[in-house]
Write a protein that binds this ligand. Structure first.
Ligand code: PFF
Length: 462
């Protein structure tokens, strides 16, 4: 099949680094800097981290490579890719599921991204100085339940995402990632150094490095797998869409290893910012950092307390941290937007501008409903969940695991082994020593393991 003939004018990432930074930009997001520390805190620290790393290597890497194979081979959007590889079969529904989930995930992710923008503004205005946890909590709930302000920040984040996507692959997504990812790396590095050198930081460092093996149980393993998927942007066709812009001679295993290394390092570094600062502030490590409050209530307080004698450092710490979050959220939001934009553009023959506009408008509507579910729409319940929680549930606990199970079966069982091998080895020009292990994992390990995660979400295992 030569699908590239159908897509003669399709854009590519211009450079090797551009492809790596854009894909890493998708992977590195609120999942690393917000969700990872919460999960680590709730699951006992180092033991969770070890299992998480095992999941990344055992499941994350093979699944990422599978999405790369599908996307780069077909050079098409997530839905058409399945249509080209399995014409006339229901496999195209895997792509459609991804497009639907990409739309929903962007809608509610932008709400939280908007909160980070608001908190960057508060940090810049030095509004956290002298606040205690109670007043920080009041500030957060007053803001989140306000009928207008969260909508404004949601709109700002969506418009920024929209602008980058409209500009296109090389000049928009790639350029933006090339600028923002190095800034993100520098900020996070500076924050780690500041955090681990605080007085009283050592307890936090120990929490991250010294595993308590008694903490490992099936719930911990399943949480670690879920976190690995979210963090690597797996299962929604996002990586497949980005891989469709990779050049034909790009080295897929190398890109996957580099993206995974960067994503994991950044999650670990986020841990090394948050836990040492938390212990330096004399707060408990396992229960004190739980829940969505972590970033918006606990952390500003942690910075204040840990650096109470150095107000300028507390100020810089807060400002840098929230700017870091905005960057991370933005590069991930762009990738979610691109799943839907490329689909609309190619399937409905729209211009990039029109396709992106429809996606953005749709996200404004669903995002507004999600944002308002913390305030005026608080009483609207779907399956006993708020609108925001329902959207998160649909994506993380339904679309992502189902998508990942189907992707592993598609590449492991449905695609011809030769097709997969040719794509991964660039028609035999690269040596990929673990190819057989990869196929084994995709055929047996991944579908079984992910099915366990899926069943656990519905409490069918306990
Ligand atoms: N990987 C992103 C994060 O860690 O925040 C979240 C994400 C991006 C999920 C893109 C799904 C996706 F398609």
């Amino acid at each position: 099949m030569n699908s590239s003939k159908n897509n003669m004018k399709r854009e590519n990432f211009g450079s090797k680094f551009g492809a790596i930074f854009a894909t890493a930009g998708s992977a590195v997001g609120l999942g690393n800097i917000w969700r990872f520390p919460i999960e680590t805190g709730q699951n006992g620290g180092a033991a969770f981290i070890l299992i998480y790393i095992a999941c990344i290597l055992l499941l994350g890497l093979p699944l990422m490579l599978s999405e790369f194979v599908i996307g780069r081979h077909t050079q098409s959007n997530a839905t058409r890719a399945y249509h080209l590889l399995a014409p006339g079969t229901p496999w195209k529904w895997v792509g459609r599921l991804g497009v639907f989930a990409g739309f929903i995930v962007l809608s509610y992710y932008s709400v939280v991204a908007g909160w980070t923008a608001k908190y960057a503004v508060l940090a810049i205005g030095n509004q956290f100085q002298g606040c205690d946890p109670d007043s920080l909590r009041t500030t957060f709930s007053a803001f989140a339940s306000d009928p207008w302000e969260p909508l404004l920040y949601l709109l700002i984040m969506l418009l920024m995402t929209h602008a980058v996507v409209v500009i296109g692959i090389q000049k928009g997504i790639e350029k933006c990632s090339n600028i923002l990812m190095p800034i993100l790396l520098v900020i996070i590095f500076v924050l780690v150094i500041c955090s681990v050198t605080l007085d009283g930081a050592s307890e936090g460092v120990r929490f991250l490095l010294k595993p308590d093996w008694s903490k490992i149980d099936s719930h911990l393993v399943i949480s670690a797998m879920g976190q690995a998927f979210f963090s690597l942007s797996l299962g929604l066709g996002c990586l497949c869409t980005y891989a469709s812009y990779f050049k034909k001679d790009s080295n897929l295993p190398n890109i996957a290893i580099q993206v995974i290394t960067l994503d994991t390092l950044i999650a670990l570094m986020a841990g090394f910012i948050i836990f040492p600062a938390t212990s330096a502030a004399g707060m408990p490590l396992d229960s004190g950092v739980m829940g969505p409050e972590l970033i918006f209530v606990t952390l500003p307080n942690v910075f204040q307390q840990a650096l109470s004698g150095l107000p300028w450092l507390a100020y810089s710490f807060s400002v840098l941290f929230f700017i870091l979050l905005i960057i991370a959220a933005l590069t991930s939001a762009i990738s979610m937007h691109e799943i839907v934009t490329s689909y609309m553009k190619e399937e409905f023959h729209l211009t990039r501008k029109k396709a992106a506009l429809i996606e953005t408008l749709g996200c404004v509507v669903i995002g507004a409903l999600c944002a308002l579910s913390f305030g005026v729409l608080d009483n609207v319940r779907i399956f006993d969940k708020s609108i925001f929680d329902f959207c998160d549930w649909v994506v993380c606990e339904f679309c992502m695991p189902i998508g990942a199970i189907l992707i592993s079966i598609f590449v492991g069982w449905y695609l011809k082994r030769k097709t997969v091998e040719n794509e991964i080895t660039n028609n035999g020009t690269l040596r990929v020593p673990l190819f057989r292990a990869l196929i084994f994992i995709l055929r047996f390990v991944a579908p079984v393991a992910i099915t366990l995660i899926f069943l656990d979400q519905f409490h069918l295992l306990s």
